[in-house]
Design a protein around this ligand. Structure first.
Ligand SMILES: Cc1cc2nc3c(=O)[nH]c(=O)nc-3n(C[C@H](O)[C@H](O)[C@H](O)COP(=O)(O)OP(=O)(O)OC[C@H]3O[C@@H](n4cnc5c(N)ncnc54)[C@H](O)[C@@H]3O)c2cc1C
Length: 487
């Protein structure tokens, strides 16, 4: 409003108007204005004038590119708020999109700091809301100062680590295996052919492939550069229609390739089984930090956040001292086992024309010709079989020795095919925690996250058992936890 510090915002539509009757009240010295501006008002409200002034809301020369916006920092202690006040430029980024609400929040924050207001004001709902929305950070809380340890480099851990890294966090991964991927696994076997020449065959003995049900995961798998290929396998006659019309996706040239691709430049420590988490009180500004231990040795320290991306039984061990209630919940998750047979066999004259079978009864849940998958090695005259036993059969035989399990699974294949199989090489693997129940462990959230100030501050958990089973569930859970860490 002219000559006043008060701002009054009107939202609506303005049109040029020449209606003499409407314009007559605004006549000056008997002369009506011609034309006038007719404003249809949708909404009107007062607005903090300082916000508009300080934000230079209408000064186009001071607008900045939103992608380069600094993140605001507020220090909880007014005593040391000088660095913030000394950088008034940090109060202007909202001019980029002229968001009046943001402008008000910033002006309010500045007022609190410049007046050295009582710290309790910094917990004001307006500031908290801005913090939740990610427009305001407390000092030393910008993503680049968050050091996050992610334990577990399967799909959940890598999905979380990638999103946190892309948001500017410093992430370090740890995994007990020699490579990444977890249950998205591929095993190589040596064998000798008919001419006694050494050969190598590979088998996707964990996830054979996965489907994408949610729009978010479908968008993820369809993006270029991930090395994923669509697989529409020919089903064996009499197979159970497990996919309900959905495509299968496979990573190439092997299943861990997807996790390797997502890992990119993120630092990782492999062959490192983390067996203890220790919370340490560090000097300001870090506050409390986490140290990771393996067999009594420190393998990493100074982390402000820790993400556990592990199957529930393994997560429970690390959670126990810090969140015993989560540990109890995790131990209750009924993960399903799976005995798997990998084998090279000679191709019989009556070779199957199909690529995958999902038997409806018997000990086998799936029978896969691994060499027929996209991007796999094919050796003329040989089949690379991968057989997965059902969860029920695997549970019954969970503690059996490999030598007992192998002939039973071989016999089950012969039963299904109806003819003998000439094996060149075989191996079995027991997956104690192969798959999670379809119903996630916690129906409300897809991850667990403690942002509080207690003994588990900055501790989070993700995995397929929280995200809704399978590779998709693991990815979803990792994404959810990253979003919670960044909030
Ligand atoms: C035989 C089989 C068949 C499957 N079939 C399908 C299917 O058809 N479709 C589908 O979508 N999904 C399938 N799955 C399930 C799918 O593979 C998993 O849901 C998914 O890969 C789980 O990812 P994750 O990151 O949650 O866990 P994981 O992949 O298990 O990753 C956990 C990681 O943590 C590491 N780790 C564990 N303890 C520690 C520790 N103390 N310190 C450091 N690292 C540790 C492990 O080495 C592992 O790399 C199958 C799995 C198996 C085994």
């Amino acid at each position: 409003m002219q000559s006043q510090a008060t701002r009054f915002r009107v939202n609506g539509r303005a049109t040029l108007c020449s209606d003499a009757a409407l314009l007559s009240p605004s006549a000056v010295e008997g002369k009506p204005r011609q034309p006038g501006i007719l404003v249809g008002i949708d909404g009107a409200y007062t607005q903090c004038s300082k916000a508009c002034l300080r934000s230079h809301l209408w000064d186009a020369t001071r607008f900045v590119d939103p992608s380069g916006l600094p993140k605001a920092t507020l220090n909880r202690s007014p005593r040391v708020s000088a660095p913030f006040r000394a950088r008034p430029s940090m109060l202007r980024p909202m001019t980029a999109n002229a968001a009046s609400a943001t402008a008000c929040v910033w002006a309010f924050a500045e007022h609190l700091l410049s007046a050295a207001a009582h710290p309790r004001w910094l917990d004001h709902p307006i500031l908290q809301a801005a913090r939740d929305a990610g427009t305001l950070f407390w000092m030393n809380e910008s993503p680049s100062t968050r050091r996050v340890a992610v334990i577990g480099a399967g799909m959940a851990g890598i999905s979380c680590a990638r999103r946190l890294t892309d948001a500017g966090c410093q992430v370090h991964l740890f995994d007990k295996s020699r490579g990444v991927g977890g249950r998205m696994a591929t095993r190589r076997l040596q064998w000798t052919d008919r001419d006694h020449q050494p050969q190598q065959a590979s088998f996707d003995h964990g996830t054979p492939g996965f489907s994408a049900r949610s729009p978010a995961f479908a968008q993820f798998v369809e993006q270029p550069g991930l090395g994923l290929m669509r697989w529409q396998p020919t089903l064996a006659p009499g197979s159970f229609q497990a996919l309900g019309g959905l495509d299968l996706w496979v990573a190439t040239p092997d299943m861990p390739a997807l996790c390797r691709q997502l890992l990119g430049e993120i630092p990782i420590t492999l062959s490192c089984a983390v067996d203890a988490l220790v919370q340490e009180v560090a000097a300001a500004p870090a506050g409390t930090t986490w140290r990771l231990q393996s067999q009594g040795q420190c393998v990493g320290e100074g982390f402000t956040r820790v993400v556990l991306a592990l199957p529930p039984a393994q997560a429970a061990v690390l959670l126990q001292p810090h969140r015993p209630n989560w540990a109890v919940q995790a131990r209750r998750v009924p993960m399903l086992p799976c005995w798997t047979l990998m084998g090279v066999a000679e191709l019989q004259p009556e070779a199957p024309s199909w690529q995958i079978a999902w038997p409806q009864r018997g000990p086998l849940a799936s029978i896969i010709r691994n060499e027929s998958k996209p991007g796999r090695q094919f050796m003329p005259g040989f089949v690379h079989w991968v057989l997965h036993a059902t969860a029920a059969w695997s549970q019954t035989h969970l503690e059996d020795a490999s030598e007992q399990v192998l002939p039973q699974l071989q016999a089950a294949l012969v039963d299904w095919l109806g003819h003998p199989v000439s094996w060149r090489q075989t191996q079995v693997q027991r997956w104690r925690y192969a798959s999670a129940p379809r119903e996630p462990a916690s129906s409300a959230e897809r991850c667990w996250w403690d942002a509080g100030a207690g003994s588990s501050s900055g501790l989070g958990v993700c995995g397929d058992w929280l995200g809704g089973a399978g590779v998709e569930g693991a990815w979803t859970s990792g994404q959810a936890l990253a979003a919670a860490v960044l909030a």
